[in-house]
Design a binder for this molecule. Structure first.
Ligand SMILES: [Fe+2]
Length: 194
């Protein structure tokens, strides 16, 4: 098959000014991570983990959004921004609620987002820690699911959850991870044995 090169758009690899508003958000979050002045000694998690978690969650969100027939770019940005407070401040206390206004400001600064889009994204950021609540908001639920699923792919996730989360919350994490694994055609058993 002959490819018509003139109609193909080259990939920017996140360089230059030819990025969509959603890609600008992704780039901004990664730039904030790379330029952070808060050392790991003053962070609850390392900046390397924040980089890996933000990037991993973004890609998983794009996959899961396709499975769930949601807007991939909205899902991408909601997930990219979900831990924005932690990225900037290094601490997790109330990070979901505190992150929502930061996400809103960032979206407004980048520009081009409708009020509805900003509301969907910031709402998902604000409520992503409520893993034990099952809402009927598909983007809120997607961010919760992506958050726990990405973490489950790291060795040590089970120990961390069992040590730091109450039993009833741990069970909800397991439920969510199993559900995502089933959606992706992965075995729902031995979820932490990767
Ligand atoms: Fe997270």
């Amino acid at each position: 098959m002959k490819i018509q090169k003139q109609i193909l758009k080259d990939f920017h690899h996140y360089k230059g000014s030819n990025l969509t508003r959603f890609e600008k958000v992704e780039r901004k979050v990664i730039e904030l991570i790379l330029s952070s002045k808060i050392p790991d000694s003053q962070r609850e998690d390392s900046i390397v983990f924040e980089f890996k978690h933000a990037s991993g969650c973004t890609q998983i969100a794009r996959i899961l959004a396709q499975k769930r027939k949601l807007n991939t770019e909205i899902a991408d940005n909601a997930t990219t921004l979900h831990d924005i407070y932690v990225i900037i401040n290094g601490t997790y206390k109330d990070h979901a609620k505190l992150g929502a206004p930061i996400a809103k400001k960032l979206l407004e600064e980048i520009g081009g987002f409708s009020n509805k889009e900003i509301t969907i994204i910031t709402n998902a950021v604000a409520h992503h820690s409520e893993k034990e609540i099952y809402s009927n908001n598909p983007y809120v639920e997607l961010v919760k699911d992506v958050d726990v699923f990405d973490c489950s792919l790291y060795k040590g996730a089970e120990g961390f959850y069992r040590i730091h989360k109450p039993e009833y919350i741990f069970k909800e994490y397991v439920n969510r991870i199993k559900k995502v694994r089933e959606e992706l055609g992965l075995s729902p058993n031995d979820i932490f044995r990767i």
